[in-house]
Write a protein of this length. Structure first.
Lengths: 117, 110
């Protein structure tokens, strides 16, 4: 059974940093592309970043490029999102997402990040 | 900047068929955009319905189907049920590793 469990969310001041983690199990973690997708509560989904399953190539949405970094630790089957220079508009629920067949086929339950002074 | 467009809201009667669409502010959607569809109810994580235009995700009922209709991707719900009342998001692969979600369609079953 595929499981994705996010952790590391919380309250941080503007300009601060936070690191999200996603513990993955039930599938060949190193073989699949993984994304982070965020959602302001009661609003739409916004794709944030992806790491490929073949060579760990990364891509970012314009809104976070240069501030956020996605990475994976295959020895621990864990995906990370390092978020620096956080802004109020980064406040959202962050979902860890597994890719297959050119789309997200499984979602974590999400971690809430609140950026506020 | 290209925007992915969806109907803000739609309604359907129980047992009837409804089609939701996913388009581009500029240009046409084709299979090369690998359109995917997701269902979400309040307070829950999204659930994957359709991948790569028309591949149903594991456990998704056959009443959900995906296609390309004209210049848009489409999600058709055949024989809508009360628990299909949700918000539906589409996503398109824009190339260079970039994915973009539509704004979502709130489907009401009444």
């Amino acid at each position: 059974e595929v499981q994705l469990l996010e952790s590391g969310g919380g309250l941080v001041q503007p300009g601060g940093s936070l690191r999200l983690s996603c513990a993955a199990s039930g599938f060949a973690f190193s073989s699949h592309a993984m994304s982070w997708v965020r959602q302001v509560p009661d609003k739409g989904l916004e794709w944030v970043t992806i790491i490929s399953g073949r060579d760990d190539t990364t891509h970012y949405a314009d809104s976070v490029r240069g501030r956020f970094t996605i990475s994976r630790d295959t020895s621990k089957n864990t995906l990370h999102l390092q978020m620096n220079g956080l802004r109020v508009e980064d406040t959202a629920i962050y979902f860890c997402a597994k890719h297959a067949y050119w789309g997200v086929d499984f979602w974590g339950q999400g971690a809430l990040v609140t950026v506020s002074s | 900047q290209t925007v992915v467009t969806q109907e803000a809201s739609l309604s359907v009667s129980p047992g009837e068929t409804v089609t939701l669409t996913c388009g581009l502010s500029s240009g046409s959607v084709s299979t090369s955009f690998y359109p995917s569809w997701y269902q979400q109810t309040p307070g829950q994580a999204p659930r994957t319905l359709i991948l790569s235009t028309n591949i149903r995700s594991s456990g998704v009922p056959a009443r959900f189907s995906g296609s390309i209709l004209g210049n848009k991707a489409a999600l058709t719900v055949t024989g809508a049920q009360a628990d299909d009342e949700s918000t539906y998001f589409c996503a398109l692969f824009m190339g260079s590793g970039i994915w973009v979600f539509g704004g979502g369609t709130k489907l009401t079953v009444l």
